[in-house]
Design a protein around this ligand. Structure first.
Ligand code: PMP
Length: 345
């Protein structure tokens, strides 16, 4: 597959903005090139637009070459860039599984791209055939979120690969929650599939949602276009410094706690009389079907606990999505769930 043929013509023709910091590689001691303030306060200089240090650190952690890594202002930036690079507004279309993460559709709407949503199978498995059938000659992007938000399940790797192999556009596999899954993600498949883009984020397992740092992994050709189209200084200095500091944090211990708590919460919630089902989860949240989702949602709000009401989402009727918290937060949640209904008596 020729990736070049999928890129929008105006992007192929683009001369990207070249920043002051793009134009040197060596040792410079006096910076009079970028109209910055010369007075040191820690943040008076622009950050590295190529994010060389961060990309090499993340590359080591994920076993991926820096040339295959894009760093964005959250993975939301990478999602938006996919549309801006591959889709011509008003003409092309994109495909996504449903229900799934809402930003694919919002980014499509902002970019004036038709979004074709394909319902998951009733058991939440990947509807590979239906996804491929939804495509036509104007389909440029296909989004698969695995583990999926809000259903929580990871899809069968062979089924995802089948879609990647048979879709004549870019397949974006969003692995925001992959660190909570026992299944391997698709980073290892990148070299075999030039049309595959894998998204990950530092917002979940890595504990850095407030810093806004998302990752895209893809062929060096796609990454080059992403870096051309992004804002030159999309990752600010404070984010970059804090990410570097926190990348060596106790992430795997914290993921182990979340996975243990997830199992404990699932069993405890599943035993409650008003709970119809707790869906198996490969993520850091549980999708829970209850007898009256709106009533339970309001009850929890009144007790100072907010969860996500997904009861109006297709295939999720009656469902709340509950993030796994600290053991103390989960105890508070269970205390409230245990007193729900009993308070009515
Ligand atoms: N993908 C999925 C599946 C998500 O659930 C989220 C956030 N809820 C994101 C991407 C966005 O993550 P980020 O904070 O990196 O923008």
């Amino acid at each position: 597959m020729e990736i070049k043929n999928l890129i929008r013509k105006n992007i192929l023709a683009l001369s990207p903005y070249s920043t002051a910091r793009d134009e040197y590689d060596g040792q410079i001691g006096t910076f009079l090139d970028a109209n910055e303030s010369p007075f040191e306060n820690g943040y008076n200089r622009y950050p590295d637009p190529r994010q060389r240090e961060l990309r090499s650190l993340i590359g080591v952690i994920r076993g991926v070459e820096p040339a295959n890594i894009f760093i964005g202002n959250g993975s939301d930036e990478a999602i938006d860039l996919m549309f801006r690079i591959f889709c011509t507004p008003g003409r092309d279309n994109a495909i996504a599984v449903a229900p799934s993460y809402g930003m694919y559709e919002v980014a499509a709407g902002i970019n004036d791209i038709e979004m074709r949503k394909v319902l998951l199978n009733p058991d939440f498995s990947l509807p590979a055939e239906a996804l491929l059938e939804a495509a036509d000659s104007s389909s440029r992007l296909l989004f698969i979120c695995s583990p999926n938000n809000p259903t929580g399940n990871a899809f069968d790797r062979g089924e995802i690969i089948r879609v990647v192999e048979n879709f004549a556009g870019i397949v974006v596999v969003d692995e925001a929650y992959i660190d909570f899954s026992d299944r391997a993600g698709l980073l290892g498949a990148l070299a075999s599939y030039p049309n595959l883009v894998v998204l990950q984020t530092l917002s979940k397992a890595w504990g850095m949602a407030g810093l806004r740092c998302g990752l895209a992994f893809a062929s060096s050709e796609i990454i080059r276009y992403m870096n051309m189209v992004k804002y030159p200084y999309n990752i600010n200095l404070a984010t970059s410094e804090n990410v570097k500091r926190l990348l060596s944090g106790p992430v795997s211990d914290q993921v182990a706690v979340i996975k243990r708590e997830r199992g404990r919460l699932a069993r405890a919630i599943g035993s409650l009389g008003f709970v119809e089902k707790v869906f198996p989860s490969d993520a850091n949240f549980l999708l829970v079907k209850v007898d009256d989702a709106d009533a339970l949602y309001d009850y929890l709000i009144a007790r100072g606990i907010i969860v996500r009401n997904r009861s109006r989402v297709p295939l999720c009727q009656g469902c709340l999505r509950i993030t796994v918290g600290t053991p103390e937060e989960n105890r508070r949640l269970l205390d409230s769930l245990n007193s729900y209904k009993r308070d009515d008596l």
